[in-house]
Design a protein around this ligand. Structure first.
Ligand SMILES: NC(=O)c1ccc[n+]([C@@H]2O[C@H](COP(=O)([O-])OP(=O)(O)OC[C@H]3O[C@@H](n4cnc5c(N)ncnc54)[C@H](OP(=O)(O)O)[C@@H]3O)[C@@H](O)[C@H]2O)c1
Length: 279
């Protein structure tokens, strides 16, 4: 079977909030044509607002059946507690029109398992769970992916190619999805806290805030690129910049004494525990 090129895909978005909006923005930046993308808002009034915001056609929650005969993937991006309502509306829409062969539901809802989605929808459908993060809006997101047994492997490959246009994408067994939620989904917030703390430390040392706001993100970007391109372990790369009895050694010893390493691990484990409760 010929693989569909990602530019030829038609993709729907149920819910156009922060995360689905970020995926949509990433696809538009990756030159996916806006006429291949459509969305569903929580009300017809909101649909008009979202059309103006994103420049794609957006429907009310029960008005999108006509798109289903040409759509390959639909991203479900509503809050976990609203998934059942969105799926009830989706089920009604599915009954109205013939579906494109292989039409796949891609849920990004944290903690909602494939089995739960299937039971709620009550119709056997190819389904994929993806845990993305907000970096997808700028082509540097992290996404993990797992599929149910009805997903054709070629179709899965097409979705992975699509998600790789937005950053990296790793296939992960579903039992590690709570871990992915705690690391990948919540990750940008941890990094932003560290960025904020470094900016405040810079200001504390006398550097103007506007300047610190430029310098600190670049510090993270440069370090990440260096790590990626060198292929080194972070500790090896760090050793290269730590002069014996130097300034960096002094700073690092304070971070270690403050337990930063274990605090980060505890934060990720707490987020994972919370994801399990919400699911
Ligand atoms: N934000 C993240 O960083 C992130 C990361 C990974 C995964 N996720 C997952 O992504 C999902 C969405 O999160 P979010 O942060 O993007 O939430 P959000 O900003 O609240 O977006 C959800 C959107 O869906 C709309 N909506 C609700 N019910 C709907 C329906 N039946 N049909 C169509 N649209 C409907 C909401 O409209 P109203 O506001 O009018 O209800 C809202 O605009 C969640 O399940 C979350 O677990 C989020």
């Amino acid at each position: 079977m010929m693989m569909t090129a990602v530019q030829d895909l038609t993709i729907g978005f149920i819910g156009l909030g922060k995360m689905n909006g970020a995926i949509l923005q990433g696809l538009l930046n990756a030159k996916i044509k806006s006429d291949k993308l459509w969305g569903v808002a929580s009300s017809s009034e909101d649909a008009q607002k979202k059309t103006d915001e994103f420049g794609i056609r957006v429907y009310g929650p029960k008005e999108y059946a006509k798109e289903l005969s040409k759509t390959e993937f639909i991203f479900l991006g509503v809050k976990p507690h609203k998934v059942a309502d969105a799926l009830a509306a989706f089920k009604q829409q599915l009954a109205l029109e013939p579906l494109k062969k292989g039409l796949t539901l891609v849920s990004i809802a944290a903690g909602v398992q494939l089995e739960t989605l299937q039971k709620t929808l009550e119709i056997p459908l190819p389904m994929v769970r993806v845990m993305p993060n907000l970096g997808v809006a700028v082509g540097h997101g992290v996404s993990t992916l797992t599929s149910n047994a009805l997903v054709d492997k070629e179709h899965e490959k097409v979705l992975i190619t699509l998600l790789k246009k937005l950053g990296c994408c790793e296939v992960l067994p579903e039992n590690l999805f709570d871990a992915a939620t705690g690391l990948v989904g919540s990750g940008p917030a941890y990094v932003l806290l560290i960025i904020e703390a470094l900016i405040d430390a810079a200001v504390h040392s006398g550097i103007p805030r506007a300047m610190a706001k430029q310098m600190v993100p670049q510090l993270l970007i440069g370090t990440s690129l260096l790590l990626e391109q060198s292929g080194l372990h972070p500790a090896q790369l760090r050793d290269n910049v730590v002069t014996p009895a130097g300034t960096t050694a002094e700073g690092l010893s304070v971070l270690e004494a403050a337990g930063v390493r274990s605090a980060i691990d505890e934060a990720v484990q707490a987020a994972i525990a919370r994801a399990k409760v919400l699911g």
